[in-house]
Ligand binder design. Structure first.
Ligand code: PPE
Length: 309
């Protein structure tokens, strides 16, 4: 069970057991939701929400693609998120805002179903385990590709997209790996089931571009900024599969996964096992998230201070 007390539903905080929806809601049958994952980090000045504005903006962008009118403003959703974190007295954790087509009628056309919004928050540690952050994970290239361009839009973070993610993840776990890396419809690298991907080659950092059927990650954007600040060249371009086997370093980024190095791909050890650049970026990222970086002020929402008092 998810350990949380209060969940925000359509403007009200309700208890865990009361946060229910009807089985005939549109979202249950057709995957019609858009959602976000946002982290809360501990800082010296109390808990902080990481890049709140960018996550809420992406939620609204995802909704726009699916012609969903969220019946709140960006500012109202931000306030509701802060309220939910406060109500659950969280020092660190994860926030899951979701907008979905609710209950009215069934049939593919969703327009008469209401757009409902819920926000939950709970304590959550390392996604792939503490050891993963340190030693790196073993991944495989998935036999499942990401949806081709103009099929399911990858830049919209929609519930339905996560059927693709489940196929990738389940196959990887079933084969004894911790994560799967999917290719796009052309055979270039796309992303992990819930993470963006970076390769390091000859000191240069390379990541798939926006046409690679991957989500436009907020952690990815953060890491690109941090890498540039450290003086690295960062290139966004199509990446052929074999670069996974011949690069010097490989790492994954995501709200849940943070900055996770990859140890091996299809049992081939990445580079010579060196993780210098991945670890340096991981350190910068955690410094930023925990309020110890020059970008912290820009990217952390600290209006939760009273919790730790
Ligand atoms: N790609 C996918 C498919 C994805 O789901 C995520 C986030 C990312 C890339 C990285 O995006 P960002 O979080 O903005 O850096 N995956 C979320 C869901 C994970 C889950 O298991 O649920 C997350 O990390 O919160």
């Amino acid at each position: 069970m998810i350990n949380t007390e209060k969940i925000w539903m359509n403007g009200k905080l309700v208890g865990h057991d009361d946060a229910n929806i009807h089985i005939l809601s549109h979202v249950v049958h057709y995957g019609s939701s858009v959602f976000e994952g946002i982290r809360i980090y501990k800082t010296e000045n109390g808990p902080a929400i990481f890049r709140l504005r960018e996550h809420v903006k992406r939620l609204f962008d995802s909704a726009k693609v699916y012609r969903m009118d969220i019946p709140y403003s960006i500012e109202e959703i931000e306030q509701a998120i802060i309220e939910t974190v406060k109500a659950n007295k969280l020092e660190q954790g994860y926030i899951r805002p979701i907008a979905y087509r609710g209950y009215f009628e069934l049939g593919v056309t969703p327009t008469r179903c209401p757009v409902d919004v819920a926000i939950a928050a709970w304590a959550w540690g390392a996604y792939l385990g503490e050891e993963a952050l340190n030693k790196g994970i073993r991944v495989q290239v998935s036999s499942w590709r990401r949806p081709a361009l103009n099929t399911l839009p990858s830049l919209a973070k929609a519930g339905g997209n996560y059927l693709s993610s489940q196929l990738i993840r389940l196959e990887a776990l079933n084969n004894g790996y911790e994560e799967g890396i999917a290719l796009d419809y052309l055979g270039n690298i796309s992303e992990g089931s819930g993470e963006n991907l970076f390769v390091v080659l000859n000191g240069k950092i390379i990541t798939p571009n926006l046409s690679s059927s991957a989500l436009g990650g907020i952690t990815k954007d953060t890491v690109i900024q941090l890498a540039k600040k450290l003086g690295y060249e960062v290139v966004e371009q199509a990446i052929p599969r074999e670069l996974l086997y011949i690069c010097d370093e490989l790492f994954l980024t995501g709200t849940a996964a943070e900055v996770t190095p990859v140890y091996s791909v299809d049992d081939i050890v990445v580079g010579n096992g060196d993780k210098t650049i991945a670890k340096a970026l991981q350190k910068e990222f955690f410094d930023l998230a925990h309020g110890r970086h020059e970008l912290s002020e820009k990217y952390l929402t600290l209006s939760l201070i009273h919790i730790s008092e």
